[in-house]
Unconditional design. Structure first.
Length: 457
């Protein structure tokens, strides 16, 4: 959604605006400033997140709120306004000097307003100022998505009556503001309304006509055709009464919790207008009418529809829930019981099987080991015994055999020797003459010799 007010702000001179409205001594003319100071003093929390929407080049809300906020976002449509704030933020030498305005607000808070206090407050302001961003209240995406809030406090001071030109556009703008405020948070709106009870003198009326020009009256208020602020001409919309403005707020879901109004009468602005500046502090909550309608509708639905549905639904749910619970409980119990039984049975079976197997194995092992040992022992003993017996028997037999053989052989030899010796002896006896001739013969040679001797002459 595009807007058609961008071009009219291109020529806005932020420096002229700041000089005319916040130059030396100007801030003391604004009765709304003490109201803001008193209002923020009531906030006990010092970690508030705050958005100043359409603040222009002014940082008055930041000066007042700095001691209570932890994060402050300054948003404005015009680039010149944002640049003026950024230059002060970055402490440029040629930026607007806010020190006297800071001093005045410090004194309103009960401080002395010394130079040290002023410097300390400006340091705090620069610290809590998080971003300076573009905004457009006439489109649904008012601020960048990353800064869409919601915020604890949103301020919109003298902005809506500058950009809204009809009741419809004003209603939509306030609806968009509500999306930026957290539930239970606060929206502070400063707007201009027609004060019918304030009568202008001829001189005041003349100055008004010179400054504002012709106006177009509507059912709700009027639209000034040529109002000059900050060196440029703009169109705006002023409500005809504060009560209608409050009703508009309530129709957008707000409840007014505090308000303050005063007559703007500043000759230095070159016009005096029958315009009251109304500051409205609203808490975001449901409208009473909506709550009442919802209450009736809900009660009717509960009485006519819900009770009937509940009877069927609750019974069905109870049936399903009870069955489900029973199913779960029974299954759980069965699971536990079955698992317990299985555990006992399996453990018993395993115990019996293992013990049986162990018994068999042990017996088998014992049998094998004992038999093996017995076999080895018996074989060893048998071997020793048999070898010993064999050794004894063989030796005995050998001894007997050898002795027998030796006895036979010796006896035989002795017999032969003896016989031979006997024979020799006999021969020697019979043939003794041979001995005298030196013949000594044995065996066959002897006999041959003996025969040859016999045959000799």
């Amino acid at each position: 959604m595009s807007t058609d007010h961008g071009q009219q702000y291109d020529s806005f001179d932020a420096n002229v605006y700041l000089r005319d409205f916040y130059g030396a001594g100007k801030i003391e003319l604004y009765a709304s400033v003490p109201f803001y100071v008193e209002l923020f003093s009531r906030f006990s929390d010092s970690s508030i997140e705050m958005l100043d929407l359409g603040g222009g080049p002014s940082i008055i809300p930041l000066i007042i709120a700095a001691r209570k906020v932890s994060r402050y976002i300054h948003a404005d449509y015009a680039k010149n306004n944002r640049t003026a704030v950024e230059r002060w933020w970055k402490n440029y030498p040629d930026s607007f000097d806010w020190r006297e305005n800071v001093r005045y607000i410090l004194k309103l808070e009960g401080n002395n307003g010394t130079d040290e206090e002023v410097t300390e407050r400006e340091d705090r302001m620069r610290k809590v100022l998080g971003e300076v961003v573009h905004c457009d209240i006439l489109v649904d995406q008012v601020v960048p998505p990353s800064l869409a809030g919601p915020f604890d406090v949103v301020t919109c001071l003298s902005c809506l009556d500058c950009v809204c030109t009809s009741v419809d556009s004003l209603h939509k703008a306030i609806g968009r503001l509500s999306s930026l405020v957290r539930s239970g948070g606060y929206l502070i709106v400063q707007c201009s309304v027609v004060r019918a009870d304030h009568k202008l003198s001829e001189e005041e009326q003349q100055r008004k006509n010179e400054a504002v020009g012709e106006v177009v009256h509507t059912e709700a208020g009027y639209v000034p055709e040529a109002k000059y602020i900050g060196g440029f001409q703009y169109k705006g919309f002023f409500y005809e009464s504060m009560s209608k403005y409050v009703k508009l707020m309530e129709s957008c879901g707000f409840t007014v919790v505090k308000q303050f109004d005063y007559i703007c009468n500043d000759p230095s602005t070159k016009y005096t207008d029958s315009i009251g500046i109304v500051v409205i502090l609203v808490g975001l909550m449901l409208k009473v009418m909506v709550l009442t309608i919802l209450k009736v509708v809900v009660l009717t639905i509960l009485e006519v529809v819900v009770l009937t549905i509940l009877e069927v639904v609750v019974l069905t749910i109870l049936e399903v829930v009870v069955l489900t619970i029973l199913e779960v409980v029974v299954l759980t119990i069965l699971e536990v019981v079955v698992l317990t039984i299985l555990e006992v049975v399996v453990l018993t079976i395993l115990e019996v099987v293992v013990l049986t197997m162990l018994e068999v194995v042990v017996q088998t092992i014992l049998e094998v080991v004992v038999l093996t040992i017995l076999e080895v022992v018996v074989l060893t003993i048998l071997e020793v015994v048999v070898l010993t017996i064999l050794e004894v028997v063989v030796l005995t037999m050998l001894e007997v055999v050898v002795l027998t053989i030796l006895e036979v052989v010796v006896l035989t030899i002795l017999e032969v020797v003896v016989q031979t010796m006997l024979e020799v002896a006999v021969v020697a006896v019979h043939y003794s003459p041979l001995l005298h001739k030196g013949w000594v013969c044995t065996g066959s040679s002897y006999r041959e010799k003996e025969m040859s001797l016999i045959n000799e002459p």
